[in-house]
Write a protein that binds this ligand. Structure first.
Ligand code: GTP
Ligand code: MG
Length: 227
C-alpha cells in the first residue's frame, strides 16, 4: 500500500449515559491530532445535543493508515431517537461508563443490546471504557467487576481519565486495531449499504487537508435534517 494513503474509513461511536465523559474523552483524543488548534477543543464540555462528529487519521500497528470518523452522541434520554438512528452504520463502539456512577455501569448492557438489535450480531466491535479513573476515592465500580462484564459481553475493557490523561489514545487505538484485524480476518466485511467501513481513495494532499478536521453532521449531505 502507498505510504500515507488511507484505504479505509471506520465509523466509531461513543455511547453511554449522560455526563460519563464521552465528549471529554473524544476531545482529549482529538488534541493529539495534528492541525487542531487547542482553543477549539476545550476539555470542559456542555451536554451534547444530538450527535457531533470528528475525524482523525491514525497509523495502525499492522501498517495501514485509516481514517476514523468518530461520532459523539448525547447520553440524555431525550435525544435517544436521534442517536439510535446512527447505530446501524458504525463498526466500532466505545461503551463508556463513569466509574463513580453505578447506574451508568448498570446501563451498559442496555446500550449494548440497543446496538445489537439494530445491527444484528457480530458486526460492531465494542470496547468497554470505565472513565474518570482519576476519581479513585469516589469509585463505586471495581475494575474486576467491569472486566467480568466486558468478558461476558465478549469485549475488551479499559479504564481512562482525561483529567490524568490516562489511556485515552490507547482506548481509541485498541478499538481501531481490533477493527482492522477483524476486517483482515474476514469477520467484518465491506457492504455497499453499510457505512461502518468504507473504502476510500484519498490522495495524500486530500488526506492532509481533511485529516484532523472537526466536522458537523449538518455539513454532511447524507445526514442533513437529522441533527
Ligand atoms: N474527574 C473527571 N471528570 C471528568 C473526566 N472526563 C470528563 N469529566 C467531567 O465530567 C462531566 C461530563 O463530561 P462530558 O464529556 O460532557 O460528558 P458526556 O458523556 O459527553 O455527556 P453528554 O453529552 O450529556 O452525554 C464534565 O464536567 C467533565 O469535566 C475525567 O476523566 N475525570
Ligand atoms: Mg457529550
Amino acid at each position: 500500500m502507498e505510504a500515507g494513503v488511507c484505504r479505509y474509513q471506520f465509523r466509531i461511536a461513543l455511547l453511554g449515559d449522560a455526563a460519563v465523559g464521552k465528549t471529554s474523552l473524544l476531545r482529549c483524543y482529538m488534541r493529539g491530532s495534528p492541525g487542531i488548534p487547542e482553543p477549539e477543543l476545550e476539555l470542559e464540555s456542555a451536554p451534547t445535543v444530538g450527535v457531533e462528529f470528528y475525524t482523525r487519521t491514525v497509523q495502525l500497528q499492522a501498517g495501514p493508515r485509516v481514517k476514523l470518523q468518530l461520532w459523539d452522541t448525547a447520553g440524555q434520554e431525550r435525544f435517544r431517537c436521534i442517536t439510535r438512528s446512527f447505530y446501524r452504520n458504525v463498526v466500532g463502539v466505545l461503551l463508556v461508563f463513569d466509574v463513580t456512577n453505578r447506574k451508568s455501569f448498570e446501563h451498559i448492557r442496555d446500550w449494548h443490546q440497543e446496538v445489537m438489535a439494530t445491527q444484528g450480531p457480530d458486526k460492531a466491535i465494542f470496547l468497554l471504557v470505565g472513565h474518570k479513573s482519576d476519581l479513585q476515592s469516589a469509585r463505586c465500580v471495581s475494575t474486576q467487576e467491569a472486566e467480568e462484564l466486558a468478558a461476558s459481553l465478549g469485549m475488551g475493557f479499559m479504564e481512562t481519565s482525561t483529567k490524568s490523561n490516562c489511556n485515552v489514545d490507547l482506548a481509541f487505538d485498541t478499538l481501531a486495531n481490533t477493527i482492522q484485524q477483524a476486517l483482515w480476518q474476514g469477520a467484518i466485511k465491506l457492504e455497499e449499504d453499510w457505512g461502518g467501513v468504507r473504502l476510500i481513495q484519498n490522495t495524500q494532499k486530500e488526506q492532509n487537508r481533511r485529516s484532523a478536521t472537526q466536522e458537523t453532521l449538518s455539513e454532511d449531505p447524507a445526514y442533513s435534517g437529522t441533527h
